[in-house]
Write a protein of this length. Structure first.
Lengths: 288, 237
């Protein structure tokens, strides 16, 4: 019973982790169709924002939940204005441009901060379940993942910004004919996607540590989750994270983390063979 | 008062010219039809007026302001509405959200504005929660028109609204547009069509377009004269 509860918490943490690293990409790639290879570097910049803020004496929670999304969101807006806006509708070109951007960001951060692992400490403590001890931070990650999904649904479904973003991504010319400015909407949407990725980088920094090349560890999982999820960004990210996170974590418990990662890749390949349009291409079609 | 004034407008796709110096004017409250064969530049004219295609020469003035090189959303905010060929409904948004997109660039009470528009389109009321892509072609045409009206335009550019639409809905569109003309003071329409009955039922006058130029202007009553129409564009009933 106790062991089962511990496994459940760890599975939920794995699912929330996938939600965190994927939701920003779901907006930028799933919604805007921009293949952002620099997604992992946006995560890394979120992590460094927390590290530098902590060194400057700023409260870690403020750095994690406010500064990381703010800084990376602004970086995202700058990148969209300088590069991405010239490449809309040119998927291969965005892939190459963001790949170059990814290499530049890694190189720049390495030159400035060095290639050493930086740690971030948060005082959450742990709690006992029978004879097992569980990190309180796992519950925090589960909470952030759930809140992030709920907030994304709320913004997309109930706010004017969400409506405008959904409509404009479907048909920017028609949106313009209704008086909306597609360039501005694209810029804001990209910035929000980057900000959510920065938040993820900040929240995950205490458990992964921060190093210039940390993005590589996340980029594949993020793309696999978004592609497996399909067109509906929230239902897709949520369902794919649940499936892939559960399989990966349960396999990890039964075997090793490496085999857990292999299981994640295996189930994603099988799913895309059966459901080429992703999970939401067959299920939850009318969901967001 | 002249609402739309087009002078010597030229445009095309890349290096292929389509419009070769179009000139016409539309007064406030007027319904003007534009008639021509496929490939003569009707849709290109509307797309250029909306700013989708750049004007290579000439001038477009709307309500006195030069909008020749203004971006599309500026033209829309100035009061130019567009109902494109093929409707271009947002397919995964509900009918209600499609209408809300029409209102999105405006300030004020959204639900009041939507209710006012829905009063003119009773057929859409029972479809509000259906995705736009699930509607029939005729229902989508009504939705596209209603969505455009949500932006409160002074002039609507209407591109081939009867294409692929069942006759009963064509009659409904005619009735709706005539009712709008009656209810909304100054409501102005530029209508591109190949359906002679439709264009003659709505237009005060009709411009004939051939090879990117306006070649003749006729009164709507003259549209009944098939011999005359046949002489100029080869159309018949």
């Amino acid at each position: 019973m106790d062991y089962g509860l511990v496994v459940l918490i760890e599975v939920l943490r794995a699912i929330a982790g996938l939600v965190l690293i994927s939701i920003g990409l779901a907006i930028i790639f799933g919604m805007m169709r921009i293949v952002n290879i620099a997604h992992g570097e946006f995560l890394m910049l979120g992590g460094y924002t927390v590290v530098l803020s902590a060194k400057a004496g700023i409260n870690t929670w403020v750095a994690m939940l406010v500064l990381a999304p703010l800084v990376v969101g602004l970086v995202g807006v700058a990148i969209e204005r300088c590069f991405i806006r010239f490449l809309y509708g040119r998927m291969l070109d965005t892939l190459l441009a963001t790949w170059g951007l990814s290499l530049f960001i890694v190189g720049f951060v390495t030159v400035v901060f060095g290639n050493t692992l930086e740690g971030v400490s948060v005082s959450v403590g742990s709690f006992e379940i029978g004879r097992f001890r569980v990190a309180g931070y796992s519950l925090f990650i589960i909470l952030v993942g759930a809140v992030l999904l709920a907030a994304t649904v709320a913004v997309l479904r109930f706010t004017r910004l969400g409506l405008i973003a959904r409509g404009t991504m479907q048909n920017p010319n028609m949106a313009a004919a209704l008086g909306l400015s597609p360039p501005r909407i694209y810029m804001v949407t990209f910035g929000i996607g980057a900000a959510l990725t920065g938040l993820a980088g900040g929240v995950l920094a205490p458990i992964t540590g921060v190093v210039p090349t940390m993005g590589i560890a996340f980029i594949a999982q993020a793309f696999i989750t978004v592609i497996t999820g399909g067109a509906a960004i929230v239902a897709g990210t949520g369902s794919a994270s649940t499936l892939l996170g559960s399989v990966s974590q349960l396999t990890t418990f039964a075997t090793t983390p490496v085999i857990g990662d292999v299981a994640l890749l295996f189930i994603a390949v099988v799913l895309l063979r059966i459901l080429p349009q992703g999970i939401t291409g067959r299920f939850f079609r009318r969901s967001l | 008062m002249t609402l739309l004034a087009v002078q010597g407008l030229a445009s095309g796709y890349g290096k292929v010219p389509i419009l070769a110096g179009i000139s016409f004017a539309v007064r406030e409250g007027e319904f003007v039809g534009i008639l021509g064969h496929n490939g003569m530049g009707k849709t290109t004219l509307l797309r250029t007026l909306m700013g989708y295609l750049p004007a290579t020469a000439g001038e477009v003035r709307f309500a006195g302001a030069d909008i020749t090189h203004a971006p599309t959303h500026h033209r829309a905010r100035a009061g130019l509405g567009f109902v494109p060929q093929g409707r271009e409904i947002f397919p995964t948004l509900t009918v209600r959200d499609n209408l809300r997109m029409g209102f999105a660039a405006r300030q004020g009470n959204e639900s009041q504005a939507l209710d006012a528009v829905l009063a003119d389109f009773p057929r859409l009321e029972r479809l509000l929660d259906r995705p736009g892509g699930a509607l029939s072609g005729g229902e989508q045409q009504l939705l596209a028109l209603a969505r455009s009206l949500c932006a409160d335009p002074r002039l609507i550019l209407l591109d081939e609204p009867t294409e692929g639409i069942q006759p009963s809905i064509i009659d409904e569109i005619i009735d709706t547009l005539l009712a709008l003309r009656h209810r909304r003071a100054g409501f102005t329409l530029v209508l591109v069509e190949q359906n002679l009955d439709f264009i003659s039922a709505l237009s005060d006058r009709v411009l004939l377009i051939q090879k990117g130029r306006i070649t003749r202007e006729v009164e709507a009553a003259a549209m009944k004269d098939t011999a005359m129409i046949g002489e100029f564009v080869g159309f018949g009933h």
